[in-house]
Design a protein around this ligand. Sequence first.
Ligand code: FAQ
Length: 333
Amino acid sequence: MYTQSMDTQAPEARKAIRTAEEAVLQERFDERIDAGEFIEAKDWMPDDYRKTLIRQISQHAHSEIVGMLPEGNWVTRAPTLKRKAILLAKIQDEAGHGLYLYSAAETLGISRDQMLAALHSGKAKYSSIFNYPTLTWADVGVIGWLVDGAAIMNQVPICRCSYAPYARAMIRICREESFHQRQGYDALLTMMREGTDGQRGMVQDAVNRWWWPSIMMFGPHDADSPNSAQGMRWGIKRVSNDELRQKFVDAAVEQAKVLGVTLPDPDLKWNEERGHHDFGAIDWSEFWNVVGGNGPCNKERLATRVRAWDEGAWVREAALAHARKQEAKKEAA
Ligand code: FAQ
């Protein structure tokens, strides 16, 4: 056939040309990363860079969506109309963050259905922190202070991530996260300064339960973090897990003093030589147990997400039918 007769190169030769072309593209990509340039969706990128980004961004998106659940538990029981309105706005923001992030991941060639299927089947990870229960109203304030606080510490450097669509999404997300952190801290300050002894006790109890899981959010120690070295090389990760955790601990100690709560770590103390706070050993067996699906609320969180997806099928179908109708109208006009 004509096309075959034109194809004079042997498969090995074609492979060698492709490999040589890829080597040039790889070199150009490395130079751009070294120069601190941003990579856009249509630019050439190595497969592993693409896979790493899909992994991280989809996990991040799932965390935002599952992260709506612990606080959602308190919408109907918020103590005042003002607190209820603030909490609703915050939870809606988290949904928006999930949507920006799913969109950013889609630019890498994965579909939203694929990502959600991975979440619903329990295959995909999301942040360990959202597998803990919210037992009292003080938990909502502590999530804002500590969980959003840790999230911001981790996410500000991602605004400089080498993959531009992710970096752009993060700029907007970080602005909203600072409001989230402040609303949580403000709710706790009110309870500590204007509340009863019982309410102050609730705040301390919530801090005791959320402190360790919050510092686990940053992931394993650098020496035990399999993805860190390559993530840093590619400019996806700008600051290491341990450095971010340390910055978070240093900031939280001062904020705890203003609030009037103690952090539940007898080994937490200022180290003059290091210019940082030392802190106690993290229970990594608890962390990996939660990451592995066996935390206090993993099963409940996943079941809630799957139920929401199933019960929302009619909304997706209606939206598609509406879009098809609009399209047909446009064509007929
Ligand atoms: N939970 O080698 P590394 C939020 C996994 S958003 C579960 O260090 P990497 C907003 C990790 O995936 C919170 N798994 O991995 C909000 C990896 O497993 P894999 C989410 C974790 O990627 C607030 C393995 O361990 N933020 O809170 C966790 O270099 C309030 C080895 O770890 C982001 O996702 C964990 N905590 O570093 C919403 C930020 N830590 O995938 C509602 C973007 C580690 O190889 C209410 N992500 N693992 O099977 C990142 O910055 C990074 O992915 C890290 C992990 C730092 C999370």
